[in-house]
Structure formats: C-alpha cells, structure tokens
Write a protein that binds this ligand. Structure first.
Ligand code: FMN
Length: 159
C-alpha cells in the first residue's frame, strides 16, 4: 500500500486543484501521456511515469498529456536516476506537480520551487519522511513493504 498525505494537512484536492483525491502512480514507462491525461480529465491527478528520464519517451509522452487534458497533471521521476535536465525538460510543459521517488530530492527542489508545480516526495522510512518535510514537500507519499514495488522495510501502517 502507498499512502498520500499533504505536508500541512491541506486537502489533497485543494493542493492539486483536482476534484477527486485519486492519483495515477507514475509507473515508469507504463503511465504514459494517454492514461495520465485520462485520469486528469476524470478529476484525479495523472502522473506521467518519467522514471529514469528516457528522453525519447518523454519527448513523445509529455506533449500527449499536456495537449490531451486541460486539467492538472504531473510527472514522476526516480530521484537517484536523473539530473536537473530531466526535471527542467518536464517543467517546460507546466505540470501541476512533480513527484520524486527513491532518492534524494534536494538537488531538484529549487528548480521546482521556481515554478507553480507542487512538490510530491515518495518516502520509504522515517528518515526520508523527515527529509521530505525539511525540503518543504507539499505532499508526501508513504510507501510500505506492502506496496507493489517496495524499497521500504516497514508496512505503511507503522510509518
Ligand atoms: C510497472 C511499475 C512501474 C513503476 N514505476 C514507478 C516509478 O517510476 N516511480 C514511482 O514512484 N513508482 C513507481 N511504481 C510504483 C507505484 O508508483 C506505486 O507506488 C506502487 O504501484 C504501489 O502502489 P499500491 O501498492 O498503492 O498499489 C511503479 C509500479 C509499477 C507496477
């Protein structure tokens, strides 16, 4: 299981400007522009699976999501696998949110903060959760051992 929480208790819908507190997981290479846009059109937040920043994939999928919905959408990356160029590439399409998973979010915080995009950080333990709070994440995704792809050593309920 993967649990979402906003850092300051704001409703997720309010933070993201969506109708329903439903987020499409940014499954690398699988959550493409079409499903992400469909989730956003339906009132959730579609997150494009940017993962390792496959430039060709993102060059194809970013225009699809941005042109297929007029609702907020976002993009997720694996923080350990990317550099600032990946985030910049995505930010040029004006996502409403950027989610950083599985790594240190700090190298990317400033460039995200220069935009209106919400910063979502996925964490697998309490140290990562504290770091997410320290960097000012707007929303934190707590991943437990019971999630589909887990890097956590604890069930979500114990985090
Ligand atoms: C094929 C696949 C690819 C995934 N790629 C990513 C990814 O790139 N970044 C990420 O944060 N999570 C990725 N995930 C994990 C999902 O975001 C989510 O955390 C996971 O499916 C657990 O969700 P659940 O247990 O609540 O269903 C991936 C999951 C799957 C199945």
């Amino acid at each position: 299981m993967t649990a979402f929480s906003t850092a300051d208790g704001t409703e997720l819908t309010e933070l993201l400007g969506v109708r329903h507190p439903i987020v499409l997981a940014p499954m690398g290479g699988s959550a493409g522009g079409a499903p992400a846009a469909a989730v956003s059109q339906a009132g959730g937040l579609g997150l494009l699976g940017g993962a390792y920043w496959d430039r060709a994939w993102l060059e194809r999928e970013l225009p699809i999501v941005s042109e297929s919905t007029d609702q907020p959408w976002g993009v997720g990356f694996l923080a350990w696998a990317i550099d600032a160029g990946a985030v910049q590439h995505a930010l040029e399409f004006n996502p409403a949110a950027v989610m950083l998973s599985f790594g240190d979010p700090r190298p990317f915080v400033d460039q995200i903060r220069r935009t209106d995009a919400a910063l979502i950080v996925q964490v697998a333990d309490l140290d990562e959760a504290r770091l997410a709070v320290d960097v000012g994440a707007d929303a934190i995704v707590a991943q437990g051992t019971d999630s589909t792809i887990s890097t956590s050593s604890r069930p979500t309920a114990r985090m």
